[in-house]
Design a protein around this ligand. Structure first.
Ligand code: GDP
Ligand code: MG
Length: 369
């Protein structure tokens, strides 16, 4: 059974909580404003105060928010979305930085990149999206919300250090998510680099690289010496060809929040990775329990853009509040619909918390009798 506080019930009816308390008192129940009543009692009170009661189910409110899979006929190839993982100090940040500056598109204004949680590079005219939100935490958070935000994992292993605990963890994450791995054996410029050892270490974790007769792509690189970065980008494009990554760009956008913050001057700012459809200025968005109308979109160079298609990361201005990293994003057709969904989500979150609290109380009572 669902539960609700007297305050919340009063809010929803736009009545004073004190009137609800008085009514309950007349029925012989002495309760305070933050006390919880069950759904049946709430319904009785509401009816008695002249309100019609509509109990909403999840499916009704969220119905149709996320589209079914794109129809194959409507899809076109999209850039791969890549996450770099690996043990601490093996060179994840260095590699992300090196790749970011390796292929700044010719003629692009200044080529100065902004940190928006992800960026795109071009290799042979094809785009690749890198998520640069550091580490495994973001990956896990997104997966916990049922969002798949990565097509390919680059597993960075330092050639002078070999497979370490977080390397093994990263392998487990990629496997659990069903995402293919490309191995980047880094720090090849170091005199004590032992790539052979990395390869045999990986064998023990069932990763068989090409040179050992397997099908996992492996590139020896140096992030600091910018060695073989082109080869790594080529490997990513090769892998993504195999994956046949496609999306329909001609529909309302869906995506995922990769970062969000409250900016002093600009208000809530969310970095959104568009996964399907095209996000446009003026669109009404919901993300978790926040919503907003897109006021401006900025790309990874800080330039305003009118729209963002599949696999493109953009900074979104216009949210009313700050969503959470990992929240799924969807465009809806009206502010009323956006309000309905976010208010419903806030309510059900609160109800779940109350239910948990009530459950705890119940079991405590049981333990004491
Ligand atoms: P992260 O913890 O995985 O993000 O690793 P960092 O990118 O912060 O790198 C850790 C250290 O390794 C830094 O001192 C880097 O300068 C160094 N490093 C990263 N890549 C290379 C490389 O290819 N060659 C050498 N010699 N040092 C590297
Ligand atoms: Mg780092």
């Amino acid at each position: 059974p669902e539960a609700i506080t007297i305050q919340e019930l009063a809010n929803r009816m736009a009545e004073r909580a004190v009137d609800v308390i008085k009514l309950l008192m007349r029925q012989g129940q002495m309760l305070k404003i933050n006390d919880v009543i069950d759904a049946d009692t709430a319904e009785l009170i509401a009816t008695e105060m002249g309100h019609t009661v509509k109990r909403v189910a999840d499916s009704d409110v969220e119905e149709g928010l996320y589209a079914e899979a794109d129809h194959a006929d409507d899809t076109t190839p999209r850039p791969p979305i890549v996450t770099i993982m690996g043990h601490v100090d093996h060179g994840k940040t260095s590699l992300l930085d090196a790749l970011r500056h390796a292929n700044v598109v010719a003629g692009e204004a200044g080529g100065i990149t902004q940190h928006i949680g992800a960026y795109q590079v071009e290799q042979n005219g094809q785009k690749i999206t890198f998520i640069d939100t550091p580490g495994h935490a973001a990956f896990t958070a997104m997966r916990a919300r049922g969002a798949k935000a990565t097509d390919i994992v680059i597993l960075v292993v330092a050639a002078d250090d070999g497979v370490m605990p977080q390397t093994v963890e990263a392998i487990a994450h990629a496997r659990a998510a069903g995402v293919p791995i490309i191995v980047a054996v880094n720090k090849m410029d170091k005199p004590d680099a032992k790539p052979e050892r990395v390869r045999t270490d990986l064998l023990r974790h069932d990763i068989v690289v090409e040179s050992m007769g397997g099908d996992t792509l492996e590139i020896e690189v140096s992030a600091t010496k910018k060695m073989n970065l082109d080869k790594l980008l080529e490997a990513i494009l090769l892998q993504s060809e195999v994956l046949e990554l496609k999306a329909n760009p001609d529909r309302d956008a869906e995506g995922i929040v990769i970062e969000a913050k409250l900016d002093k001057g600009r208000g809530p700012v969310a970095s959104v990775l568009v996964q399907r459809g095209t996000l446009k200025v003026g669109d009404i968005l919901v993300a978790g329990s926040e919503w907003g109308r897109v006021r401006a979109l900025l790309n990874d160079k800080g330039a305003q853009v009118p729209s963002a298609g599949p696999s493109m990361p953009v900074e979104v201005l216009g949210f009313q509040g700050t969503p959470d990293a990992g929240d799924r994003v969807a465009v809806v057709d009206s502010e009323a619909r956006a309000r309905e969904i976010t208010e419903y989500r806030i309510r059900s979150k609160r109800e779940n918390q109350l239910k948990t609290a009530a459950g705890t109380r119940g079991s405590l009572e049981q333990m004491m009798t």
